[in-house]
Each structure stands twice: as C-alpha cells, then as structure tokens.
Design a protein around this ligand. Structure first.
Ligand SMILES: [Zn+2]
Length: 313
C-alpha cells in the first residue's frame, strides 16, 4: 500500500491558497472562504498550519464580512451561512474566534431560522437541512445556541428522516450521505442522537462501500473520496464504523493521491482539488491513519480545537 504524501499535499494546498488569477481561481472565487477552511484544516491535521501567514489570512477573512454580520465567499460577495461557518472555523483554527462581534454574527444566523424550525441559507430563503447543521454548528462554536429554538430545529431535522433510516434535504426528499452527515451531526451537537435508528441507518451507510473500498453517496453511484468523510463521520457518530472495511477504504483514499504534484482527487487518476484533498485527509484522520491529528466527526474541526473552543481547555 502507498503512503500519505504529506509534504506534496502541503505544497499543493499552499499553491492553491496563493493562486489568485488563473482560470480555476476565477471560477472558484465565490468559494474562497470554503476553500480556505478545507485547505487550512487539512494543513492543521497534518501538523503544518504554521506554514501559512496567519495575520494575512485573518485580515482577509474579516474583510469578507458583510454589514449584516454574515460572511461572503470573498471580499464584496453576498453573505451566506455556508461562508459564515467557514469564517468561524478558520478563526477557530487560529484561536481567534474572539476577533468576531459574536452578537452580530450570531444574530445574523438566528434570523435565518424559520417558523417550522428549519433554516434558510441566506435572505433569499432556500431551505435545506445542510443549513440547519451549519447554523447549529456556527452557533455552538460561538456558545450562542440559546439564540434559536433548538427544539424546533431538531423537530424539523427529524421530519426529514426517511423509512430507510437516512435523511434528505427537506421532508420527503431521498436519503443522501451528505445530508445524513449534516442531520446526524446537528443531532449530535444538540444531544439528540437518541432519535436516530442506529442499526437501520448504519446498514444503509455501510452498504455505501463498493468493491474498490471507496464509498458512494447513494445506491448505484460511483465511489468518491468526499464520501469518506460524510459516510465515515456518520458511522462514527452512531457507533457503527466497525461495519465497513477500514483497510480497504484507506487504500482507496491513498490511491486517489497525485503522487507527483500533491493533492487528492475524487477517484483514482482524476484531477485533484482542495475539496477532495481535505475530505481525503480528514477521512484518513477518522480512520486513525498514523501521524494525522484526530478530527471531530460532528464539528469537522481537529479534536484539540473543539476541546479548546467548546470545552475551554
Ligand atoms: Zn466528491
């Protein structure tokens, strides 16, 4: 079996962070704050966060904040909970959550909760259980969960539970691994995991492993490194991770590395990107790969950071 090419991945991530004017970065510009979270978290769990210019990153993150309190994906972009969470997570990595106006940011998020307990992603109102997770996680990281109706938020998530044990983006929508992760993690953070049928959901999740060892997101789909995160973290949270073949999944992730230039792709021999690099390395962290810091399956941040931010130690 190959090994994780840590130095090459560090080089790849640092190059992506610096690149501002080529085609890919123009297309991806609106995603930059998400990209910063993926890249920096990957560096941190590989023990290489010191390779970035911390003050530069923080000053750029704070310039992405909109007067409403929410953050856009880049300077001058419209705010959305997706980027607001990334901003909080990046600041958490550097132990800098205190630079935020907590009241303003948490009020922005709390105002996105709807009457039925669901959350919209921004003022345009699209509703999705992804946004429930993002809002709950963001508020938890700022110790502001009491600003929303947590009971109603949990009730809405449970209304998206399906007969196969999984969860969809809205009530009645089909189960999907990404959505299951969001719902299970939101339930974990709010202490509501007892509502999950662990055996039924565990069965659906472990059936996502295909012959190559990789995991897919739904029946009949191709395996993809990003599901290493969504499926694995869900299995860990419901205590059923021993139902998959961990060794085969490690091999699948390592096979998706670009061994020349660094980075990880969705499937072996595809083009690499920072998104799959993060999910690959984070997946290896959940699989207890040697030399990688443990990552928290619900908070999607290194365990030491979660302990510091949530437990104050
Ligand atoms: Zn993917």
């Amino acid at each position: 079996m190959g090994e994780l090419m840590v130095e090459k991945h560090v080089k790849f991530i640092l190059a992506v962070e610096k690149r501002k004017d080529d085609f890919e970065s123009v297309v991806m510009e609106h995603l930059r704050l998400n990209g910063a979270y993926w890249g920096l978290t990957t560096l941190d769990i590989m023990g290489k966060l010191a390779a970035v210019e911390q003050d530069e990153v923080i000053s750029w993150v704070m310039q992405c904040q909109h007067e409403s309190g929410g953050f856009g994906g880049n300077i001058g972009h419209d705010p959305h909970v997706l980027y607001t969470l990334s901003a909080i997570q990046v600041l958490a990595l550097f132990d800098k959550i205190h630079v935020l106006d907590i009241d303003k940011v948490s009020s922005y998020i709390a105002a996105l909760q709807n009457e039925d307990g669901s959350f919209s992603g921004d003022i345009w109102g699209e509703v999705d259980t992804r946004f429930s997770y993002i809002a709950i996680l963001s508020l938890a990281l700022m110790h502001q969960l009491d600003k929303v109706d947590v009971g109603k938020a949990v009730k809405y998530i449970l209304s998206c539970k399906n007969v196969d044990g999984g969860f969809g983006c809205t009530p009645g929508a089909e189960s999907h691994a990404g959505q299951i992760f969001c719902c299970v993690a939101a339930l974990a953070i709010t202490g509501s995991l007892h509502h999950v049928d662990k055996d039924l959901l565990g069965w659906w999740l472990c059936e996502r492993q295909v012959k190559s060892g990789g995991l897919n997101g739904r029946p009949e789909k191709l395996p993809d490194v990003c599901y290493s995160w969504w499926v694995l973290s869900s299995l860990i949270m419901i205590d059923r991770v021993h139902w998959i073949d961990k060794g085969k999944l490690v091999k699948f992730i390592l096979d998706c590395q670009d061994k020349e230039n660094g980075g990880i792709s969705d499937r072996p021999d595809d083009a690499v990107d920072v998104f799959h690099t993060y999910f690959g390395v984070a997946g290896l962290s959940l699989l207890e790969y040697p030399g990688i810091k443990p990552i928290d399956p619900a908070y999607a941040l290194p365990v030491d950071i979660v302990n510091r931010v949530i437990l104050g130690r």
